[in-house]
Ligand binder design. Structure first.
Ligand SMILES: C[S@@+](CC[C@H](N)C(=O)[O-])C[C@H]1O[C@@H](n2cnc3c(N)ncnc32)[C@H](O)[C@@H]1O
Length: 350
């Protein structure tokens, strides 16, 4: 209830209105109160959702091939339960650092990974090597926007008779400028990730030499703001059920938005970095050699092989994570092509 009081206090201080991005920041990340700050399970079968590293070690073992090719230390942003770090460290040869915004998850990661990892308090001023962000950008606060016949509105949160509800105001500033660049049929509602762009700009400004890999569910701009996606991409995850009402259980469930990969690539370019590759997760993992990694499994032992085959199916199938999840690589000072994008590269769609 503490989080709820905090949200209502901010709504009241804002004259009955709180920008949705601020609401999402409080509900997910407010220290001590937000969803990612709480001790609830979150990841895996007993939690709310399953991410690729949570399925098993196949994702990490395959990704390791791309990381070795790039070389340099690894910085993982938002490491969740520490599953990806664990799989990569088991492969060996990585100098590993983690930057995690949730104190509770960091403590969990420290228990799991111990002295093999260095945890950073903040983003370094200069970055070299590889930066990985798997399912981190979808948890960043987004601004909610409505394009209506009478103009472009910012959607926010108000309270009526004790219930949180949507309220709208004319959009202003950077949000209005960005919303005007997007052509959609009215009426139309969607999200704009201003925080994700700022995050990308900062990372790319600090990247001296190396690659940033963003892995997440999302689309290039023309698909993201498709006429048929007129209700946006906000989604909440609670015990493996998904729904679209972000006001139902603030602080107790995950709230996400799909990632606009064109916006991220644009922010990287604006900061002087290059888009090095963009592919579906399935194509990326195949290019990295997931079939060879699978081949290392003990084919003769069904008890060993069946779970790995099921994991591969989840990672690669277009009906599961294979097509909806994308991998974007941006970098600086990298002068050879990356293996993960050797075939089926889709940068032209960004
Ligand atoms: C959906 S979880 C994904 C966890 C993990 N990468 C995985 O794939 O299982 C999002 C993670 O990102 C962290 N996070 C969110 N915003 C962040 C930011 N700006 N910088 C670093 N970590 C962040 C959260 O605390 C959480 O650990």
């Amino acid at each position: 209830m503490l989080l709820r009081s905090r949200i209502e206090a901010e709504i009241s201080a804002g004259g009955g209105w709180l920008p949705f991005a601020r609401y999402m920041q409080l509900a997910l990340h407010e220290p001590g109160l937000g969803y990612y700050a709480s001790a609830a399970q979150k990841f895996g079968a007993a939690g709310d959702f399953v991410t690729a590293p949570e399925l098993g070690s196949l994702f990490g073992r395959t990704l390791a091939r791309q990381l070795r090719e790039i070389g340099g230390p690894v910085l993982e942003l938002g490491a969740g339960s520490g599953a990806l770090a664990e799989a990569l460290l088991r492969e060996g040869g990585f100098d590993y650092r983690i930057l995690e915004t949730s104190a509770e998850l960091r403590a969990r990661q420290e228990r799991r990974l111990g002295a093999r990892v260095e945890w950073l308090e903040r983003l370094p001023e200069r970055i070299r090597g590889v930066v990985i962000a798997n399912e981190v950008v979808d948890a960043m606060p987004v601004h909610a926007v409505a394009w209506r016949a009478d103009g472009i509105l910012e959607r926010g949160v108000g309270v009526s008779q004790g219930r949180l509800e949507w309220r709208e105001r004319p959009a202003t500033g950077e949000l209005l400028r960005e919303a005007r660049k997007i052509e959609v049929p009215v009426p139309y509602e969607s999200e704009i990730g201003l925080a994700a762009r700022a995050w990308m700009r900062t990372l790319c400004e600090r990247l001296e030499q190396g690659v940033l890999l963003v892995i997440d569910y999302g689309f290039p701009r023309h698909e993201y703001y498709h006429p048929q996606r007129a209700a946006g991409t906000l989604m909440c995850h609670h015990r493996h059920r998904a729904h679209a009402d972000p006001f139902l259980r603030p602080g107790e469930e995950d709230i996400t938005a799909h990632v606009d990969f064109s916006a991220l690539a644009g922010a990287a370019r604006a900061a002087g970095a290059e888009a090095l590759g963009y592919a579906t997760q399935a194509q990326f993992l195949v290019n990295c050699g997931i079939t060879e990694v699978l081949g290392e499994a003990n084919l003769a032992n069904a008890l060993h092989y069946a779970p790995i085959a099921a994991e591969a199916q989840k990672l690669l199938s277009p009906a599961e994570m294979g097509e909806l999840f994308k991998v974007l690589a941006v970098g600086r000072g990298v002068n050879r092509p990356l293996a993960g994008f050797s075939r089926g590269e889709r940068s032209h769609t960004l």
